[in-house]
Design a protein around this ligand. Structure first.
Ligand SMILES: [Fe+2]
Ligand SMILES: [Fe+2]
Length: 239
C-alpha cells in the first residue's frame, strides 16, 4: 500500500541509514525481551523457540546496523535529511513495547504473532520500495524470511498452548494494539495542538503586551536624571 510513498521515504540515503539504525535498536531490544521471556516460561519448547527468536532479532539488529553504517559512509559529512517518518514506515513495532513480565504464554504468543505479521507486511513492502538500492533491499529480504518464520511459529504455538481459546487471545491482542495505536495518534494530535495553540498565543497575546511595554518605555525620561540631595546618601549597606 502507498508504494510510491515508501519509495520516496527510502529514496534519501541519510534517512534510510537513520531508519536502519532505529530499526536495529528495536530489534536488539526485542531480542533482549525474548531472552527474558525464555527465562520466565516454564514451557521447554517455548523456551527453546524464544531463544532462537532472540538470536534472530539480534542478527537482524546487526544486519540493519551494518547496512546503515555502510550507507552513512557513502554520504558527505553534513546532510540535511532529519525526518525518519517512522509512523508511516515503521520497523518491527510492537517488540518495542513488549511487557514480558505481565504476559502469560498465550498472551505473549498472540502479541508476538501480530507484531511479527505486521513487521513481515512492512518489510515485504520495503523490499519492493528499495528496488533502486539492491543491497538494502537484500537486507530486508533476508530479515523477512525470519519474520515469516516468527509469525508462523507463534501462531502454531498459540494453538498448542491454548487450543480452545487461541482466537480469543488473538482478538485481545488486536484490541491491545488498536488501543496503543489510538494512544500514539492522540499523543501526536496533542503535540500538534500544543504547537498550534502556543503559536497562536505568540501572535495574538504577545503583541498587546509588546505595545504596552513600548508605550511605557517612551514615557520614561531619557538620559541621566539628577537625584534630590536627600536621596544622595552614601552607600553603606544594600538597603
Ligand atoms: Fe526482527
Ligand atoms: Fe521478528
Amino acid at each position: 500500500m502507498f508504494l510510491f510513498l515508501h519509495r520516496w521515504i527510502w529514496s534519501d540515503p541519510e534517512r534510510c541509514a537513520r531508519k536502519l539504525f532505529n530499526f536495529a535498536e528495536t530489534e536488539a531490544d526485542g531480542g533482549r525481551d525474548l531472552v527474558r521471556a525464555a527465562e520466565l516460561t516454564e514451557d521447554r519448547t517455548l523456551r527453546r523457540l524464544f531463544m532462537i527468536h532472540a538470536a534472530d532479532e539480534n542478527r537482524h539488529a546487526g544486519l540493519f546496523r551494518s547496512r546503515g553504517a555502510a550507507l552513512l559512509h557513502t554520504l558527505p559529512l553534513r546532510s540535511t535529511a532529519i525526518l525518519q517518518l517512522n509512523w508511516v514506515s515503521p520497523g518491527e513495532r510492537g517488540l518495542d513495547d513488549l511487557r514480558v513480565h505481565a504476559e502469560s504464554n498465550a498472551s505473549l504468543l498472540a502479541f508476538l504473532h501480530l507484531s511479527e505479521k505486521s513487521a513481515a507486511g512492512h518489510f515485504a513492502t520495503y523490499v519492493d520500495a528499495l528496488k533502486g538500492d539492491p543491497l538494502t533491499s537484500a537486507v530486508f529480504k533476508e530479515v523477512l524470511k525470519d519474520e515469516t518464520f516468527h509469525m508462523n511459529y507463534t501462531l502454531a504455538q498459540l494453538a498448542r498452548v491454548a487450543p480452545k481459546r487461541h482466537r480469543l487471545w488473538l482478538w485481545r491482542a488486536r484490541l491491545g494494539r488498536l488501543w496503543k495505536a489510538y494512544l500514539r495518534i492522540m499523543s501526536a494530535v496533542a503535540g500538534l495542538m500544543g504547537t498550534a495553540i502556543l503559536t497562536l498565543q505568540y501572535f495574538i497575546l504577545l503583541p498587546p503586551f509588546a505595545a504596552l511595554a513600548k508605550r511605557a518605555a517612551r514615557r520614561e525620561p531619557q538620559g541621566w536624571i539628577s537625584i534630590p540631595p536627600e536621596r544622595g546618601r552614601p552607600l553603606r549597606s544594600q538597603y
